[in-house]
Design a protein around this ligand. Structure first.
Ligand code: G1P
Length: 290
């Protein structure tokens, strides 16, 4: 098996029901935070960690994702003529990056989406990036996970401590702690707080090895009637070590309306063009609220 992680799978076939009606006819992954769609944050984070190829799992109503990373002749010409070179550079920066798109014919779950990418991955380790989770770039989670993978040569999944009342929104692990790393013993998808083995939730960054595919192929529908990645990992951990890595910085669950608003505010405050005016606006606004 090759050992360097160069490919990332980005599942983007979900129905986006938490954001209806906005996501009825357009992809959730294209919702913008400030001026970039969610999926662009995931791609940029991956590129900064050395990922070179992207396999995006799409479905119905998801064509805008392909268009976003494609060239746009008319727009480029217009930007050239009007001298908007900074914007031109921004929209052209994908030319050197390899994207492949696979259509998941039915929304059968995260596990099934990843299984769809098997022919494009073959014998390589790969990352799985869920664009619902935006990670604070000050603490590059994926980079830290890749270091652990390079050392252990075993799957690594990202973890975050969440309030116990929220564990039913996540996959949850049971494991033995070694610093920020956990050696995983068991995993459960969306347990009730009573049945959860801990409050350590899986968040949307995984480094996986191709052995996962045989387990995914065997999975029956699990939580929510979907083929779950967590269930395949639960089988895999009986045969091979899997490590969990506890995130250090902030994660925004932008698949959730409140998380989306929090990310919008924080990233607008970090945006060079907007931060000053936006901060002034917020300060005034808060005064009117108190
Ligand atoms: C998926 C995974 C879950 C994980 C979560 C992280 O759930 O199945 O194990 O905790 O992503 O965001 P979803 O959010 O797709 O329901």
């Amino acid at each position: 098996m090759k050992t360097k992680v160069k490919k990332a799978i980005l599942p983007a076939a979900g129905l986006g029901t938490r954001f209806l009606p906005a996501t009825k006819a357009s992809p959730k992954e294209m919702l913008p935070i400030v001026d970039k769609p969610l999926i662009q944050y995931a791609v940029e984070e991956s590129i900064s960690c050395g990922i070179e190829e992207f396999i995006i799992i799409t479905g119905k109503h998801k064509r805008a994702i392909e268009d976003h990373f494609d060239s746009a002749f008319e727009l480029e010409e217009k930007l050239k003529v009007t001298g908007k070179s900074k914007l031109l550079k921004e929209i052209n920066k994908w030319n050197q990056i390899k994207f492949a798109y696979i259509r998941q014919r039915a929304a059968l779950g995260l596990g099934h989406a990843i299984l769809c990418a098997e022919p494009f991955v073959r014998d390589e380790p790969f990352a799985v990036i869920l664009s619902d989770d935006i990670i604070d770039p000050e603490y590059p989670l994926l980079k830290e996970m890749l270091k652990i993978y390079a050392e252990k040569k075993c799957p690594v999944i990202a973890l975050e401590e969440v309030p116990i009342s929220e564990v039913n929104r996540y996959g949850v692990i049971d494991g033995v702690q070694e610093g920020r790393v956990y050696k995983i013993k068991n995993l459960i998808e969306k347990p009730s707080p009573e049945k959860a083995p801990s409050n350590l939730a899986i968040i949307g960054r995984y480094i996986l090895t191709p052995e996962i595919f045989e387990h995914l192929a065997r999975q029956k529908p699990g939580a929510g009637g979907e083929i779950q990645l967590t269930d395949a990992l639960k089988e895999l951990v009986r045969k091979t070590p899997i490590y969990g890595y506890l995130i250090r910085g902030k994660r925004y669950d932008v698949g959730d309306k409140l998380g989306y608003l929090e990310a919008t505010v924080d990233l607008a405050l970090k945006n060079d063009e907007l931060s000053k005016d936006f901060k002034d606006f917020l300060i005034k606004k808060i005064k009117t609220l108190s």
